[in-house]
Design a binder for this molecule. Structure first.
Ligand code: GLY
Length: 592
């Protein structure tokens, strides 16, 4: 049975341990309560029921559970979970970031709500050039790196159209976690640790996330965020207007003005979440619904599925797992080459429709040989930083037939590291998802063309890929998505293929070792134990096995990675809806 979170124990524990005058305090009691034995952790990775949710944090999953208990639907549950993740998993997503939300309603309608951040009006192609040379640091850290946040506008748009509970009620768990605090887990501890130096350059980030002596809070210590609680309360009470045209926008612009930022009150005031037309592809009789630009995920998943449909993937897998991964890598390579060349915000540039045309896919598959890796068109010399983990994906579905796949991000860990004083809001560094200069790789090692160049009010290209699969008659059967920059696209593809072609349950698909190829560099990244369930990387060289040996002999340069994306998913089964979280992190699936 799904474990529920006991609010009374939470409050008692936090009240007993939090320190006056500091956001951080010890909380052995609550940490104990929140700590799960390994078997318990395995148990909470899946849940089956009529109303389900899967997120990367137990508190966020329990926010969704509470919504179901109060009679809310999957849209309400997704919003409450996303708001809570912004508090307890703020290095990945939050009010200062953006999101893409794909919804299938009980009536069968599809809504693709784009809450992607937007470049300020003063942004230009040359804004990160100094002495004619691109300076990547400027698009990644500090005030100049942030774009206008979009998450809260998107969540409100979804709620206005499809929510069933009152807006204010969706904030309860998030506010409680911000105000009373939560016990820091390993993910947050590591995220603070890895960015300690950068965070300590910004007064509010430092005050909230580091201890008074500048050290990193330990796992189990309580992080309280009273300013963020107040911000959430104001948005709950006054709506997004408070954020975009009220006190938050004023505080943000005032701060950014003084710290070399360029966002204005007009930029905030002009922000709009946009409802877009989803991408529909057919794959082995199923309808695969993906997110359109500014995401590249929907297009490239459709493109790769079109390629894969011309192969008997199940037969290839049964014959040789190496051949299966080889085929996937060959499709990925071609899709990412197109991504680098063609993709950008289609409100600004032409993104060709042929990319998702099965005829075009056929021309690409003709170039694929099952006997050897194709030579790369161009080999980049840069390394992709595929080990970094960013962003978050959550999934909800209810008994009425509402399904939500929601991916949310501040881009890289803690976004641009700038927290606006007095608000608890950490701003994104989504400007780095533009190509800051043609051919210059971003934080993910991705290169882009003029189509993804910076322009005023344009949205940077994303890899976020919330996806919902419907059967021929329109019944939702599967929802997939992931976190992890470009790895999102390939992880989502692999989960779809494993469920549809290999008939695997979603939890097995998610737990299986993955590959990732993004054209540049020409490397197949893979997780340990390829061909089986992914294992943590160990010092005994567990990365090599028969499958990797065969991939090498097919001509693929290989590189091991301990984790290629963090995925959540939901699948329709005979026993009910199966929700699954990724064993690569410490999430929780809930059911009611
Ligand atoms: N910021 C990562 C992405 O949107 O792809």
């Amino acid at each position: 049975m799904a474990r529920t979170f006991h609010r009374r124990q939470f409050n008692r524990a936090v009240a007993a341990t939090s320190l006056v005058g500091s956001a951080l305090g010890g909380a052995a009691l609550f940490a104990e309560e929140n700590r799960f034995a390994e078997s318990d952790r395995a148990n909470r990775r899946t849940a089956i029921g009529a109303n389900v949710a899967a997120t990367v944090h137990p508190l966020a999953s329990n926010a969704a559970l509470k919504i179901y208990q109060n009679g809310g639907n999957a849209i309400d549950a997704a919003i409450a979970a996303a708001l809570c993740l912004g508090v307890v998993d703020g290095h990945n997503s939050g009010l200062g970031g953006g999101c893409l939300m794909l919804i299938r309603t009980q009536g069968g309608a599809i809504h693709a709500i784009d809450g992607r951040e937007t470049a300020p009006a003063a942004a230009s192609e040359t804004m990160y050039l100094r002495n004619g040379k691109p300076v990547a640091e400027l698009s990644q850290t500090g005030s100049l790196a942030c774009a206008v946040p979009g998450q809260i506008a998107a969540l409100k748009l979804a709620h206005d159209k499809l929510g069933s509970l009152r807006w204010v009620s969706l904030f309860e768990t998030a506010i409680e976690a911000a105000e009373n605090g939560y016990a820091i887990g390993l993910a947050t501890h590591n995220a603070i640790s890895s960015e300690r130096e950068n965070l300590s350059n910004y007064e509010a980030s430092k005050a909230v996330l580091l201890k008074p002596d500048g050290s990193v809070p330990k796992v189990g210590e309580v992080l309280r965020q009273p300013d963020l609680a107040k911000t959430l309360e104001n948005i709950a009470k006054y709506g997004p207007g408070w954020f975009y045209a009220g006190d938050f926008a004023k505080s943000a612009v005032e701060y950014l003005d003084k710290h070399a930022g360029i966002l204005t009150l007009q930029d905030f005031g002009n922000y709009k979440a946009i409802e877009r037309t989803a991408i529909r592809t057919s794959y082995r009789g199923n309808q695969v619904i993906g997110f359109p630009t500014p995401s590249s995920g929907g297009i490239h998943i459709a493109q790769m599925l079109n390629m894969l449909e011309t192969f008997d993937v199940a037969k290839i897998y049964a014959k040789s797992k190496a051949e299966f991964f080889h085929l996937l890598a060959e499709c990925m390579k071609r899709a990412f080459a197109d991504r680098a060349h063609w993709l950008g915000d289609s409100d600004f540039v032409d993104v060709p429709k042929f990319l998702i045309d099965p005829g075009y896919a056929a021309t690409l598959t003709q170039q694929i040989s099952l006997d050897k890796a194709s030579a790369n068109i161009e080999h980049g010399s840069m390394e992709a930083d595929v080990d970094k983990k960013h962003t978050t994906h959550l999934a909800t579905a209810d008994s009425k037939g509402n399904w939500v796949a929601l991916t949310s991000t501040v881009n890289t860990t803690w976004g641009c590291k700038v927290m606006i004083p007095g608000t608890g809001v950490m701003l994104n560094n989504e400007m780095d998802d533009f190509s800051i200069s043609p051919g210059v790789p971003n934080a993910f090692g991705l290169v882009g063309s003029a189509n993804n160049a910076i322009a005023a009010n344009k949205r940077p290209l994303s890899s976020m890929s919330p996806t919902i699969v419907l059967s021929k008659d329109g019944t939702p059967t599967l929802s997939c998505g992931a976190a992890g920059g470009p790895k999102i696209i390939n992880a989502t593809l692999q989960n779809i293929v494993r469920c549809i072609d290999l008939n695997q349950p979603i939890d097995q698909a998610i737990a299986s070792a993955r590959v990732h190829q993004q054209w540049r560099p020409d490397i197949v990244y893979h997780e340990p134990n390829l061909g089986g369930l992914r294992q943590p990387l160990n010092e005994n060289g567990n990365e090599k096995n028969e499958v990797t040996e065969q991939l090498t002999s097919l001509g693929h340069p290989l590189k091991v990675s301990s984790s290629l994306a963090i995925a959540q998913g939901i699948q329709m089964t005979h026993r009910g809806l199966l929700a699954a979280t990724d064993p690569r992190t410490d999430g929780q699936a809930i059911a009611m």
